[in-house]
Ligand binder design. Structure first.
Ligand code: CDP
Ligand code: MG
Length: 139
């Protein structure tokens, strides 16, 4: 069993498709075991994405991620990290395979509707960034 952090980004919350995105997780056998809605401050967004601090898109990304409410989940499943990356689709929605979340709900390369951890190390860090262990209701 594996755990991964998922975020429904501000553009998808604004479009009212949280439920449609959750349905994709459920259809592919991932369970939501922790869940919250928050709005990140700019400095929290900068901290979350610190691995990208040197990238040209960092400032725009952090502005966007702090621009409105987000919905954060811990997903549980067999091979959850890689499975969620497959369900999400490619970073650029225009390159994402049909039927993936980013193909369906992404608006642009930056506003691509969802975040998902990309490795066990990042999953552990990102889950701890948002949740206390008592908030994760493993079943
Ligand atoms: O989210 P993912 O792991 O697929 O991509 P990333 O390379 O870790 O980039 C993090 C986020 O930065 C992406 O999801 C995009 O929202 C944004 N990004 C961007 O705005 N412009 C790029 N050229 C690359 C990424
Ligand atoms: Mg990434």
């Amino acid at each position: 069993m594996e755990y991964t952090l998922s975020i429904v980004k501000p553009n998808a919350v604004k479009k009212n498709v949280i439920g449609k995105i959750f349905a994709q997780f459920e259809q592919h056998g991932l369970r939501i075991v922790a869940l919250k809605m928050v709005q990140l401050s700019l400095s929290r967004a900068q901290d979350f994405y610190c691995e990208h601090a040197q990238k040209p898109f960092y400032n725009k990304l952090c502005d966007f991620m702090s621009s409105g409410p987000i919905c954060v989940q811990v997903l549980q499943g067999v091979n959850a990290i890689e499975l969620n990356r497959q369900i999400m689709g490619a970073t650029d929605p225009s390159q994402a395979e049909a039927g993936t979340i980013r193909a369906m709900y992404g608006d642009s390369l930056d506003e691509n509707s969802v975040h998902g951890s990309d490795s066990p190390t990042s999953a552990q860090r990102e889950i701890q960034f948002f949740f206390e262990s008592e908030e994760i209701l493993v079943r």
